[in-house]
Design a protein around this ligand. Structure first.
Ligand SMILES: *Cc1c(COP(=O)(O)O)cnc(C)c1O
Length: 367
């Protein structure tokens, strides 16, 4: 069996260090928002190149708390992509705002800046670009639009820890950025976790309050908040994985370049773009084809796992029917939802495993 992502190999490779970290936590005696969380926040802020990092319970909460800290709520509009994980839009709806969708660029699958300006109204408060599958969005163009209309840019960087754009880390490219530490994400833990990075100290303070019930000091509350904290155990695990992330992302890029080298002649496959002013860190390796069903079946027969990201665009989700979008509104996103699928990719995928995937994908000659 070749898994889409083999988490076991990854965690096995750092098991001893993780067990040591967990043992430290038990000895420290502080189990939520303690010294490990503080160390993780400081290390991530320093790495990314921002003033503040605030750890929370998961990536979805990271988005919700950030939107709320920027004062975004009822009646406000937030522009984002219909081709992303549901949580991006869900967070916008959760704070009472309206997600406004804009189609993606067919090359990068990320928000198309040329489409954004058409959707800006007096209610638009922010843009959330998603660095989908680990590839940074067109941040210069997006930031320029945001500056012109005085709106915020919140990066959904949940799939892109360690990616760079013009030699800057993802997470430092907008007003704030949100990361997820869900186990399958490039930087993941053995459970849920998330973090927000920003250089806006006022916003960081607001998020810190929001994550602990709107507390100013213990048992004194000046707003309604959340319980959205990161456990020390997860911080201990993430501190270990943080020392490996650039190496792991490097391995992903090597595997991607080998896929490119060995699959580029297959006529019925379109491989992911790797735009040269940024580093794609291949959270997922997705390929486009008119023969998705056939290829997935052929791989499945050989016990090779695949995944469809994402089978239904957000503007066509039942829950958003009240937003009155229809099929055909975002042709590129819709076509991707019908043609794209992910093949195995993780830092520990072996060459022989990769060769088997390549062999099956190439064998469809007459398809
Ligand atoms: C995973 C993910 C999220 C949500 O993160 P959780 O930690 O699962 O809450 C949000 N946006 C994108 C693009 C994601 O991939």
């Amino acid at each position: 069996m070749i898994n889409l992502v083999n988490l076991k190999n990854q965690f096995q490779s750092v098991k001893d260090e993780i067990l040591q970290g967990i043992s430290d936590v038990i000895d420290n005696g502080e189990y939520i928002l303690g010294p490990k969380v503080k160390e993780l926040e400081e290390k991530i802020a320093r790495k990314i190149g921002v003033l503040e990092a605030i750890a929370v319970a998961n990536g979805t909460d990271a988005l919700i708390l950030t939107l709320e800290a920027y004062g975004i709520g009822k009646g406000d509009e937030v522009i984002t992509t219909p081709f992303t994980f549901f949580a991006t839009a869900e967070a916008i709806s959760r704070v009472g705002a309206i997600p406004v969708f804009v189609d993606v660029n067919p090359l990068t699958y990320n928000l198309n800046p040329l489409e954004i300006e058409k959707k800006i109204t007096s209610s638009t408060k922010a843009i959330i670009p998603v660095h989908l599958f680990g590839q940074p969005s067109d941040m210069d163009e997006i930031n320029e639009i945001a500056k012109k209309y005085e709106i915020f840019v919140i990066e959904d960087a949940c799939q892109a820890f360690g990616a760079t754009y013009k030699d800057r880390w993802v997470g430092s490219l907008g007003d704030a950025a949100c990361f997820s530490f869900f186990p399958t994400k490039n930087l993941g833990t053995l459970g849920d976790g998330g973090i927000i990075t920003t250089s806006n100290i006022e916003v960081a303070d607001k998020i810190r309050k929001l994550r602990t019930h709107g507390t100013t000091k213990k048992y004194y509350h000046d707003r309604i908040g959340y319980n959205s904290r990161l456990d020390e155990l997860h911080a201990a695990i993430l501190l270990v994985n943080l020392t490996k992330i650039d190496q792991w992302n490097g391995e992903r890029r090597k595997i991607a370049s080998r896929y490119r080298q060995l699959l580029s002649d297959v006529p019925y496959l379109k491989l992911p773009s790797d735009v040269n002013d940024r580093t794609h860190i291949y959270h997922l390796y997705c390929i486009e084809t008119d023969y998705r069903k056939e290829l997935i079946e052929a791989l499945d027969k050989e016990r090779i796992q695949t995944g469809i990201y994402y089978p239904r665009c957000l503007h066509l989700q039942e829950v958003y029917s009240s937003l009155n979008y229809k099929k055909g509104d975002f042709p590129i996103s819709e076509s991707l939802s019908e043609r794209l699928f992910a093949i195995p990719m993780d830092p520990f995928l072996s060459e022989s495993e990769q060769d088997r995937v390549i062999e099956i994908l190439s064998e469809m000659g007459g398809a």
